[in-house]
Ligand binder design. Sequence first.
Ligand code: GLU
Length: 417
Amino acid sequence: MPQLSPRVLNLKPSVTVAFMNRAKNMKAQGLDVLSFAAGEPDFDTPQPIKDAAIAALQAGQTKYMPTLGDVATRKAIADKFTTENGIPGLTPDHITIGSGGKHSLYVACHVIFDHPPHGEQPHECVLPVPAWVSYAPLVELAGGRIVEVPTTVESGFKATAEQIKAAITPRTRLVILNSPSNPCGTMYTPDELRAIGRVIHEAARTIAPDILVLSDELYEKIIFGEVPHFSIGSMPEIADRVITLNGLSKAYGMTGWRVGYTAMPGEFGLKFTNAMATLQGQMSTNITSFVYPAIRTALTQCAPQVEMMRQAFASRAKVINARLSRIKGVVNAPATGAFYAFPDVSSWFGKTSKGGKPVRNALEMCNAMLEENLLAFVPGEDFGGCGRNHVRISFACSEQQIEKGMDRFEEFLDNLR
Ligand code: GLU
């Protein structure tokens, strides 16, 4: 029998993608599934963005382009990070463009980590958990080891600067931060991030000279509380240690276009960017060529559409926060950013569903809910830490669907025996 790579055979499939696809398949079979699984806005891509891609396609922009993108588009991204995020010292040469945030993250992980020589310990990645399901597998695939920093629903799932400090060792290569958070739906305040930034600065000068930060800011535009978005890469003392990751998927309704990008300033930022180019040049070369003008249009002309979507998400957050706060045995940290609720449902574990299925954990709850109530949430186990007691509800859908989904959720819980 031929053999396949154990490294890949042992790789955990993405549970977000798995539940999203299951719900989509059931819907395609005509079942009235209410899906809260996909981290995917229900809004279509704004028309000017589509028009820019269509015009480029018609004009014949269909050939290979520079691996990390053309200068005009890298410049538009550098300008965005400079003016909107306050990241100092960026030029187009500090920007990479890849096929979605996940692809850029994959390439970055392989540029930062390596498999340790026989007998040596791996380098470490500090990760506050619960965290998006793909960070740990991608870091581990690249040869790194995850050091989890546990958080709780009571603290809004935020790690403190002291916790981060305690997790850093001489082997630390990376700290991953994600605000607003997938799956938690909460945000760090600028002061909390500054405190973490000071810890990184101190660690770099003392015990962890190789430390870098990867700040995943894919949800920066989707915020609806009092807290403004803050980019840790804007802190001058650590700016040239911070890789800021962003993309068009969430803010512009462009999940299917697959556009992600990174920014890292300074001399080391150039080295990092060139290494990204080398690896991406062997993997995929440039992204789809006629998409570049669409990126420029999104970043420079579509603020009104982004604001319209933000307002809709804010109003949906109100609806779901209110509904979840009234459900018995469910503990929820109100969503303030992104489009996720991540309630603790563990008080219901140990019961049996109406259809006779045991509900001992979040996975069994989500399976039973999908099969019996046609309601798709994502089980929290693979997000790490206390996530095992939680389910993720993506409320990137109409308020009417949220109300109907919450009715089904309550019905499911009411029928547990
Ligand atoms: N990021 C989205 C989610 O968390 C899309 C699926 C994925 O890449 O995980 O649902």
